[in-house]
Design a protein around this ligand. Structure first.
Ligand code: SF4
Ligand code: SF4
Length: 179
C-alpha cells in the first residue's frame, strides 16, 4: 500500500497514493492470507506499535486482514504507514506497476479497482447469506468455510453461486493485481 508521504512525491507516487487510498485490497485480506516479515523488519518494534504477529517454524508473519488497516468513509489507510513492514513497502500490484510504466491511466486503474471491489462485495454478500464466518480471516478463508459441506450434505444453489463468484474474482485478482 502507498499513501501520500511528502509534498515532493512524484506524479506516479501521487497516483499510487490515490489508488491505494480507494483500494486497500493488499491489506484487508482480499489479495493475501498472510505476510511474512523480512530480515529488515523488527518484530519487536512492530509488536510495540500494535501489530499482531505470529510465529511458525521460526518464521514471523501476520495474518490478513492486517490489524493496522483502516477503512473510513471509503478511504483506506495504514495505522503504522511510516513504520510498515518491508513487504508492504515493496509491494506494487499490477495496477500500480502499469500506471508507473505509463501503460495504463490512473482512471483505468481506478475502474479496475472498482470492478474488483464490486466482486469482493458480491462474494461477501453471498458468504454472509450462507454462514457466519470470522471477519478476522481472509476472504479466501471465509469463502472456503462457507463452501465446506457437512458430511452427506449437498451443495446449495447459494454455494454454487459463491463458488463461481470466487472463481471469477480469483482469476481477476491473479491477472490484474497479484504479482
Ligand atoms: S492492491 Fe494495489 S492499488 Fe490496492 S492498495 Fe494494494 S498496492 Fe494499492
Ligand atoms: S502494515 Fe500497513 S501497509 Fe502493511 S498490510 Fe498492514 S495496513 Fe497494509
Amino acid at each position: 500500500m502507498h499513501l501520500p508521504s511528502d509534498s515532493t512525491a512524484s506524479a506516479a507516487s501521487s497516483a499510487a497514493a490515490r489508488l491505494c487510498g480507494t483500494c486497500g485490497m493488499c491489506c484487508d485480506g482480499v489479495l493475501f492470507h498472510s505476510v511474512e516479515l523480512q530480515p529488515a523488519d523488527s518484530p519487536r518494534q512492530l509488536a510495540s506499535l500494535g501489530m499482531k504477529l505470529r510465529r511458525k517454524k521460526g518464521v514471523e508473519f501476520f495474518l490478513q486482514p492486517c490489524s493496522m488497516h483502516r477503512e473510513e468513509n471509503g478511504q483506506c489507510s495504514c495505522k503504522i504507514y511510516e513504520e510498515r513492514p518491508e513487504r508492504c513497502r515493496a509491494f506494487d500490484c499490477r495496477q500500480l506497476q502499469a500506471v508507473a510504466a505509463g501503460s495504463k491511466t490512473e482512471a483505468t486503474a481506478l475502474e479496475m479497482i472498482r470492478t474488483a471491489k464490486a466482486g469482493v462485495a458480491a462474494a461477501n454478500e453471498l458468504i454472509s447469506r450462507i454462514s457466519e464466518t470470522n471477519p478476522n480471516r481472509s476472504l479466501a478463508h471465509r469463502a472456503a468455510n462457507a463452501l465446506t459441506l457437512a458430511r452427506g450434505a449437498e451443495k446449495t444453489p447459494l454455494q454454487d453461486e459463491l463458488e463461481s463468484a470466487m472463481q471469477g474474482l480469483e482469476e481477476l485478482l491473479n491477472k490484474e493485481f497479484r504479482v
